[in-house]
Design a protein around this ligand. Sequence first.
Ligand code: GLN
Length: 489
Amino acid sequence: MEDWCWRGAADIARAVAAREVSALEVTRAHLARIAAIDGRLGAYLLVDEEGALAQAAAVDERVARGEPPGPLAGVPVGLKDLFVTRGLTTTAGSRILADWVPPYDGTAVARLRQAGAVILGKLNMDEFAMGSSNENSAFKPCRNPWDLARVPGGSSGGSAAAVTAGLCALALGTDTGGSIRQPAALSGCVGLKPTYGRVSRYGVVAFASSLDQVGPLGRTALDCALALEVIAGRDPLDATSIDLPVPRYRDATRAPVSIAGLRIGVPEEFFATGLDPEVGERVRAAIAQLEALGARVVNVSLPYSEHAIATYYLVATAEASSNLARYDGVRYGLRVPGRDLIDTYCKTRAAGFGDEVKRRIMLGTYALRAGYYDAYYLRAQKVRTLIKQDFDRAFTQCDAIATPTSPVPAFRIGERAADPLAMYLADIYTISCNLAGLPGLSVPCGFTREDLPVGLQLLGPPLGEATLLGLAAAYQGATDWHERRPPLA
Ligand code: GLN
């Protein structure tokens, strides 16, 4: 049964609908693997065994009655613990929400359930999605499946680790500055951050609302395409969701995928100082592979990306300081019995937020202060426009842009934890994409000499998801990096 933990989502859904296997069997195989391995890995914050078995049984009943069981029939899914789930504790990786049990499902979650997915549980993450290593989780570290002494990346570290380790076939994450793509690269799976607004953010705990976007992590481009098809699309509950039909993304990934004539832009700025030589080598080899498959490589330039990190840390902290004001100790989270409201308020806020979250709230509040707004937030928004214009220009010359996802492979737990600025550099290649609202994807493109995964990042113009998925599918069709399994029993 263990084998089902390595079949992709598309294959599981097909087999369940064809009665080759029951959703219950697939679910049990995953629950058994989680029980055997996750004590060492730390990917799950909560495993909903009872709920998962009930959902699987319901899928099997539908199949038995001859009803269509849905495009994700019986597919085991894990959710970053930022997705609001009815009746299931949703912590955002924070003590301040440690005992919050939401009364509703967010839109992406509801759409997964509707499609027949089986939700196994909630995945580890950096507190409020702030971080690049999962070390800011208030509960426990999550480890890299390839080397348990290293980080899985973040903030969707649990999502990437769980998918790579065969503890779910698909996971949902969120990406504000790289939090889907960077952990996908460091852990070794595919991660897709869609165009801003492509997927509803309703029922997703907010970090920085103009940057946050929901997306899938899976072992193949095909599986991510399948998941995106289910979760994307207009949602009346999210005014920023895009009102355009959702394409059949799967068609873009179906073999044989032709990428002949596609123009791949390579920005030299993304291969300069700070890039680990082994990562650079692997990424250049992947670009050469795309060229061998018929793509055409052109040089492009993104000069303002140099300012992306500074811009991001003003915009993101400003928006976070406003979003997190709702955790005032009254509406959610800890209640301290026998204490009056003011006392509870002080205790909850002090004990509730971790250091990184406090740092961001202070930075953001400072940037938004009367008298400082023009100098910081407004200025950052202007630079953001320049970064967006860089991409607009580049996409007149190419169909997609290829870069490394992360400048370095997975680092050791503790190595960067004491130095926030070193940590912020982990997102140097992923952040401009969020500032510009564009889609971006990371696909495994090899391993370092120490057997750590390397990710190729592909960026596209607005709504260019199908192009990115097609390129990734063509690349995976010609390589087998995604078939390697991490050394976990
Ligand atoms: N690592 C970045 C941060 O700490 C991005 C996080 C994210 O995308 N959620 O803000």
